[in-house]
Design a protein. Structure first.
Length: 408
């Protein structure tokens, strides 16, 4: 780890020392997907044309790497002036004091232009101003295979069976009713909540996993695969994504970041809320968060005004709507949310329906310990190594232990 930190510091210092011109350099680390990234690059080019003394340097990193590298670089007084990512990393970054509170830089009149959830507060301070609301899962369906999406899990199973087919008669499934990355906890949460459970209590102080709701949800996922057989025996994110893009799946559960890619692949998609759980009558409630901008705690004072100006520029309604139109993400400026681009688009209308029944993503650092504790036990159920009852109990105890260790 020490060698890695040293190498990163040397690399960043080298890059800073090799600036080919005298313009102010604003470094911007992010985890935007390809379509979103392309629009942002065009917008930043326009910003630099308006500000010829500024050069904005975009650098893409996967979400986990973004968080970890930013923490290391910030401690070394290096790294980007702006970091862009999902809100669930804000609690950790704020706790480690590597991002700067923003409430002194954006006045109340300006902040009132944004939807309330776009302003991510933690322990009394504003640490992120978001340009996208959602970052959420929903049910996406191929209109060439399915004209009307299911509204309940009973309908999901019935339709899934009808659309899971051996098209060639060789004994192998060629088309699935449903695919999704069901092995990961984040993608499991909609069904946990649909059965009445949550990963944390309302105060976001402790995990709530050793519950009957969790047991029932775990059994439900296993039954979708092993009893009803409407999902592949094995499916990680890449497998599920590829099957849907190839037209070999009628439905997929995936996030708003993926929808533009499906349209680019030529799939005529519809979006709908993930169905209600028939046993409870409750909507499946995926995690809903934001994606947005934070400022490095150690930003140079001379760069701060320009970094803030860039955040304002990218959050202008026309720029938010440009991204929305391209990749179907949901804007956060109130003006943009009521624009016909949003209100007349069936995908965005149904995205909003999903957001409205979603569960707000906790931003506390403890959530990381919970995800890491859920994953091995959840997968042990899928691998028939543990019963749902044992797995739920072990999720709870492991989460509690890891949180204690994190806080020591």
């Amino acid at each position: 780890m020490k060698k890695y930190i040293l190498l990163l510091i040397i690399t960043l210092t080298y890059l800073d020392g090799c600036t080919p011109d005298d313009r102010m350099h604003i470094r911007f680390w992010h985890q935007m997907q390809v379509g979103e990234r392309a629009v942002t690059e065009r917008q930043i080019q326009r910003f630099m044309e308006q500000n010829p003394d500024v050069r904005v340097e975009l650098l893409y990193k996967e979400t986990e790497q973004l968080r970890n590298d930013f923490i290391i670089a910030s401690y070394a007084r290096q790294g980007p002036e702006i970091v862009y990512g999902p809100s669930d990393m804000i609690g950790l970054l704020a706790t480690l004091e590597v991002i700067r509170p923003l409430e002194d830089f954006f006045d109340e009149e300006y902040l009132d232009l944004f939807y309330a959830k776009a302003k991510v507060w933690y322990e009394g301070h504003l640490y992120q101003l978001a340009d996208k609301l959602g970052n959420h899962l929903a049910l996406v369906y191929n209109k060439d295979l399915l004209s009307k999406p299911p509204e309940t899990t009973d309908e999901l199973i019935e339709i899934g069976k009808e659309l899971t087919k051996d098209l060639t008669g060789n004994g192998r499934i060629d088309q699935y009713g449903l695919v999704w990355n069901y092995t990961e906890p984040f993608f499991y949460v909609p069904f946990l909540t649909g059965f009445g459970g949550q990963v944390m209590n309302d105060e976001q102080t402790r995990p709530t996993l050793d519950t009957e709701a969790n047991v029932r949800a775990l059994n439900f996922i296993q039954e979708l695969r092993d009893v009803h057989r409407i999902v592949p025996r094995e499916a990680d994110y890449e497998i599920a994504d590829a099957l849907f893009k190839e037209g070999r799946a009628a439905m997929i559960i995936n996030g708003d970041w993926s929808w533009g890619g499906y349209m680019s692949a030529g799939i005529d998609i519809g979006v709908a809320p993930i169905p209600r759980v028939s046993e409870t009558g409750l909507w499946a409630s995926p995690m809903v968060s934001t994606k947005g901008f934070s400022i490095n705690e150690y930003i140079d004072d001379e760069k701060l005004p320009m970094a803030l100006e860039l955040i304002r520029f990218l959050n202008e309604p026309e720029n938010q709507l440009e991204v929305t139109e391209a990749v179907k993400t949901f804007p956060t400026r109130l003006e943009a949310m009521e624009d016909p681009i949003v209100t007349r688009d069936s995908i965005l209308v149904n995205s909003r329906r999903q957001i409205e029944v979603g569960t707000t993503m906790p931003i506390v650092p403890e959530l990381r310990a919970i995800w890491d504790s859920m994953r091995p036990n959840y997968q042990a159920v899928l691998n028939s190594q543990k019963t749902a009852e044992v797995a739920a109990r072990d999720m709870q105890s492991l989460s509690e232990r890891r949180i204690r260790e994190m806080l020591e």
